[in-house]
Design a binder for this molecule. Sequence first.
Ligand code: GRF
Length: 204
Amino acid sequence: MNGIVILISGRGSNMQAMVEAGLPVAAVISNRADAAGLGYAAGRGIATAIVPHRDYATREAFDAALAQVIDGFRPELVALAGFMRILTDGFVLRYEGRLLNIHPSLLPAFPGLDTHAKAINAGVKLHGCTVHFVTPQLDHGPIVIQAAVPVLPHDDEASLAARVLMQEHRIYPQAARWFLEEKLVIASGVVRVKGDHPQQLYAP
Ligand code: GRF
């Protein structure tokens, strides 16, 4: 077993945060050849791979090819970090219990896209991000850690996204580290961390 395989589609700032936290990243895989994060990973001497989704006629075929590349790295953990593909149930179940995602909202509020605009439009006063185990239902699954930030009166989508992203970069490496240290216990869909580490933070 061999650390973390991180799946990205673009910028890769969460992937970068994991690398900079000193986590063992075995490989970074993207469905897009133009994902900016690939250059960063390669520059750090990390293996990279591209599995272009357009090369496959079905989601099943793409997910099978992706799984084959992932499994070649024999990871303990697979981390979705801005990976913009809906995964099939078969893929999700193959990695059950060792597939994490970061979502830019306080789940179960605001699943899906455009979470920061949804938060502003809903008038919520707290927003944030969630690291969760992936289950077949999109943006659901047992919650490992959440960070909350205030929504301020002058916020727009960009300012709120930036405030949330800073916290993403704190909680995703933390969650991955707990996983690799075998500290995460899931019971009845609820995650606890051995040793009573706080699973929430508030960044005013
Ligand atoms: C992050 O906001 C993450 O929560 C969401 O997609 C974005 C990816 O950003 N799933 P980056 O590629 O990690 O910079």
